[in-house]
Design a protein around this ligand. Sequence first.
Ligand code: NI
Length: 260
Amino acid sequence: MIFDSHAHYDDQVFDSDREEVLASLQKNGVGTVVNVGASLEGTKRTVELTKKYSFLYGAAGVHPSEVGELDEERFLWLRKQCMQEKIVAVGETGLDYYWDKEHHELQKKWFIRQLRLAKELHLPVIIHSREAAADTMEILKQEYSIQTKAVIHCYSYALEMARIYVEMGYYLGIGGVITFKNAKKLKEVVQEIPLSHLLLETDCPYLSPEPYRGARNDSRNLSYVVEAVAKLKGCSIEEVIQTTEENARKFYGIEQEVCI
Ligand code: NI
């Protein structure tokens, strides 16, 4: 079944119908979801969601645009959340020079701290990098160790850089953007990078694929992403679903749920 490796169901835009949406996923072919914390509040809500839904796992982290809320005490709290039973990754963390909401030095500081936290706790990392390709790569190379597992979420850079990440053993997160007509660069990346290094993600409520571009997104729309990836790679829909699910399970260390 489809594995959504990156969602934000804690977002308030789901307040009116979160239960309904989550309850409808399995009959629409989505088997597992990793909900990603993007702030302290988002992480708290993520932990709550993991306790409520058996198929939902979580990541604990603070997005680069929100790092102004971090201090040592709050970072300790974040660390504790990483040890909760169904928290399977640190993130999302990284650098965002597009929105540029926090000073670059502050973004770098908390990015490095979250990378080291992941390393210490033997957890994979979910990386957000927007218009910050060079600095992201520099920090990742500096902090790299052979045990580090990372996904570059919503991959938006060129093929050349994708190849370097794949050599480092990293995964690339592919979502709704792949269905956009103008996503030439990303289409090239998906064509050239082996399926064994790709994860499917919605980043919902953001980044709805065509034909729903601009509307609120949810994991059911991943079928459009699967279709686009299968077409680009010239393989079957089933192969895309199965391989990306295996990748995500391996990456997050989540075994197949036992169906009763
Ligand atoms: Ni996200």
